[in-house]
Design a protein around this ligand. Structure first.
Ligand SMILES: Cc1ncc(COP(=O)(O)O)c(C=O)c1O
Length: 366
């Protein structure tokens, strides 16, 4: 049961290659129609006013923060359990990441946000980890009370919804990754920012392209963070398959949930019925996680751990002064969470095999 499925996904790449050949014939290689078409389709799919293609999810975060004027001296609150890119983007614009613990949804615990707000807080970045959605209504109420904007890190949550509304469309911006490890995956790096704010959208379009209002006029200092036009062609095609992918992943997750719930020593995270999860990763909590991981790997189930060392304990962030134990739920997840393959190419026998492997492991325990 391999974790990665990209060979299967692109086994018949002919339609994409045909679209790429069409692009090559036009020579329209930077921004242009390919990017505009993808942006329009992505915005429509998420019911957002604007989508702006950029070169990665990391840049989507960085440009969002820059567009909001977040920089040196500012603090940005985010989840202690996240991929390094969230904290890295905050630090890269010169601000200070302020971590808040998560809860069993793998997302920031709304009960703990307010205590982290200071006069220096310039933004809150909830991270929709695993394809779940953070408690956005509560986070939005807290943010509004303090006049702080929300930038959603929806890099792992393309098309995830809460109360029917897409992750990424609740904050002032929502940021997405098209990296091959996400399910809307392209053939390299790419990202998207969505926003319903017209002025911000215009600013973000300038920031991603050197601040060029036209060929010869630079109205603000920006960067080169354009979504590659070739990748936009790939993304446009994969977007058409998103619904089918999400459905399959949810079916797989439901089989796992039912199976794992009956195995002692395994705990399935709570499922919020208001959320449509997209299961970029499928994670449960396990006693003796590292032994179970080794057992799964030895029996052909390619499990992983996201993330064994929480970002707040990474050496690169030592200067922030956090210490082991500051975020007990994040620490527990780092010790207990195990990720099972959940992708859309798995068949029932493989899911049953994974469950049987875990059952065997538990049976062998005293
Ligand atoms: C939670 C989270 N934030 C940000 C990113 C950064 O996205 P990218 O790899 O496209 O820069 C990722 C993906 O790797 C992610 O999982």
């Amino acid at each position: 049961m391999p974790f990665v499925y990209l060979r299967e996904q692109f086994a018949d790449a002919e339609p994409i290659l045909a679209a790429l050949r069409e692009l090559v014939a036009t020579g329209d290689f930077t921004l242009g129609k390919a990017v505009a078409d993808f942006e329009a389709a992505f915005a429509a799919r998420l019911a957002a006013r604007h989508a702006i293609g950029v070169n990665s999810g990391t840049d989507a975060l960085k440009l969002s923060l820059r567009a909001l004027g977040v920089g040196p001296g500012g603090e940005v609150i985010t989840a202690a359990n996240t991929f390094i890119a969230t904290a890295g983007a905050i630090a890269d614009v010169g601000a200070r990441p302020v971590f808040v613990d998560v809860d069993d949804s793998f997302c920031i615990d709304p009960d703990r946000i307010e205590a982290a707000i200071t006069p220096k807080t310039k933004a809150i970045i909830p991270v929709h980890l695993t394809g779940n959605v953070a408690d956005l209504p509560r986070i939005a109420a807290i943010a509004a009370r303090h006049g702080v904007p929300i930038v959603e890190d929806a890099c792992q949550a393309i098309c995830s919804t809460l109360d029917g509304r897409c992750a990424g469309t609740w904050g002032i911006t929502g940021t997405f990754s098209l990296h091959p490890q996400k399910f809307l995956n392209i053939w390299g790096d790419g990202g998207v920012i969505v926003t319903n704010d017209d002025a911000l959208a215009q600013k973000l379009r300038l920031l991603r392209n050197h601040g060029l209002a036209d060929r010869d006029t630079v109205v603000m200092l920006g960067v080169n963070s354009r979504l590659d036009s070739l990748q936009a062609v790939v993304a446009r095609r994969v977007l058409d398959t998103a619904e089918a992918i999400i459905r399959r992943r949810n079916e797989n997750a439901a089989i796992y949930d039912a199976g794992f719930a009956a195995i002692p020593g395994i705990r399935v995270p709570p499922r919020n019925p208001r959320v449509r999860h997209t299961f970029v990763t499928y994670q449960v909590f396990a006693e003796e996680r590292d032994r179970l991981l080794a057992h799964c790997l030895a029996n052909g189930v390619e499990c992983k751990v996201h993330y064994p060392v929480p970002v707040y304990r990474q050496p690169a962030l030592d200067h922030l002064g956090y210490r082991r134990g500051d975020f007990p739920v994040t620490d527990r997840q780092a010790a207990e969470a195990i990720t099972f393959p959940v992708h859309q190419y798995l068949v029932r026998e493989q899911l049953d095999h994974a469950l049987a492997v875990v059952r065997d492991f538990r049976r062998a325990r005293p």
